[in-house]
Design a protein around this ligand. Structure first.
Ligand code: FAD
Length: 216
C-alpha cells in the first residue's frame, strides 16, 4: 500500500495542503519519534496517555505494566487514536497572529490486541528496544520469564492514518512585510548530549558504540 485510503475519519480538513496520506511519509514520522500519545474513550470519558512506541511493518507496538490501564484497555481490543509529533522549528512572524511551528505529525487509528505468544512478545520487545536505541538489544540481558510475565505488549494494526507537515517561513499579511520586525524560522532538532555513567557502573566499562553513535 503506497497511500492510506482517505475517509471521513482521517481526511485533513483544516489546511488540507499540508496533508499527506503517503505511507512512507507517515512511517518515517512514526519511526523518528520517541513518544506517541494514545487517545481512547473509556466509560464515556476521553483519556490521552503518552507512551513509547515502535512500528513493526504495519503495526504499532506499545508495552507497559500488566496492571496499566492503557495496556488493559488497548489489549482488550478497543479502538484507539494515536498522535505522533515532531517539532522542527519556531515560525516567527511579524505579527502575533502568524506565529506557528514547523512540524511533522501523524494521527492514526486502529484497534488494539494483546501480544501474548512468547516468541512474538520477545520480538515485539526487541523492536521496541531497538526503536529507542538501535543495537541495544544485543548489548543487554534479555527479559527473564518473570519480567516477561509482568510486561504487557499490545499491537495496533494501523488501519487508517494521515500526516500533516508544515515547513518553510512564516506567511505574514502583505502590509506587515514593511514592518521593522525580524521574522524567520528558528530550526529545532532533538540531539544527544554527553552520556552520563550510572553511579554504580563498574570501572572499565566503556560507553558502547550504540550510545556513542546515537542519532535520531
Ligand atoms: C506541533 C503542532 C502544533 C499545533 N498547534 C496548533 C494550535 O496551536 N492550534 C491549532 O488549532 N492547531 C494546531 N496544530 C494543528 C492541529 O494538529 C490540527 O491539525 C488543527 O487544529 C485542526 O484540527 P481539526 O480537528 O479541526 O482537524 P481536521 O482537519 O478536521 O481533522 C480531521 C482529521 O485530519 C487528521 N489530522 C488533523 N490534524 C492532524 C495532524 N496535525 N497530523 C496528522 N493528521 C491530522 C486526523 O485524522 C483528523 O481526524 C498543531 C499541530 C502540530 C503538529
Amino acid at each position: 500500500m503506497a497511500e492510506f485510503a482517505v475517509s471521513p475519519r482521517n481526511q485533513v480538513k483544516r489546511v488540507p495542503a499540508r496533508a499527506s496520506y503517503d505511507q512512507a511519509t507517515i512511517y518515517q514520522i512514526i519511526d523518528q519519534a520517541l513518544v506517541c500519545h494514545v487517545g481512547f474513550v473509556q466509560d464515556g470519558l476521553p483519556s490521552v496517555i503518552p507512551a513509547n512506541h515502535a512500528r513493526l511493518d504495519d503495526v504499532l507496538l506499545l508495552h507497559g505494566a500488566q496492571a496499566s490501564r492503557l495496556m488493559q484497555h488497548v489489549g482488550a481490543g478497543h479502538e484507539v487514536c494515536v498522535a505522533i509529533t515532531l517539532v522542527d522549528g519556531l515560525v516567527l512572524a511579524r505579527s502575533v497572529a502568524h506565529h506557528s511551528l514547523n512540524f511533522r505529525s501523524v494521527v492514526l487509528f486502529g484497534r488494539g490486541a494483546i501480544v501474548d505468544e512468547e516468541q512474538e512478545k520477545l520480538r515485539a520487545l526487541k523492536v521496541l528496544t531497538e526503536h529507542i536505541l538501535p543495537g541495544r538489544w544485543d548489548e543487554v540481558r534479555e527479559p527473564s520469564q518473570s519480567e516477561l510475565k509482568a510486561t504487557a505488549v499490545v499491537s495496533i494494526p494501523i488501519d487508517s492514518a494521515s500526516a500533516k507537515v508544515r515547513c518553510g517561513p512564516p506567511a505574514d499579511d502583505e502590509e506587515d512585510y514593511q514592518l521593522p520586525i525580524w521574522a524567520g524560522v528558528l530550526p529545532l532538532q532533538q540531539g544527544a548530549l554527553e552520556p552520563v555513567d550510572e553511579p554504580g557502573l563498574s570501572a572499565g566499562i566503556p560507553v558502547p558504540d550504540s550510545v556513542l553513535n546515537y542519532n535520531r
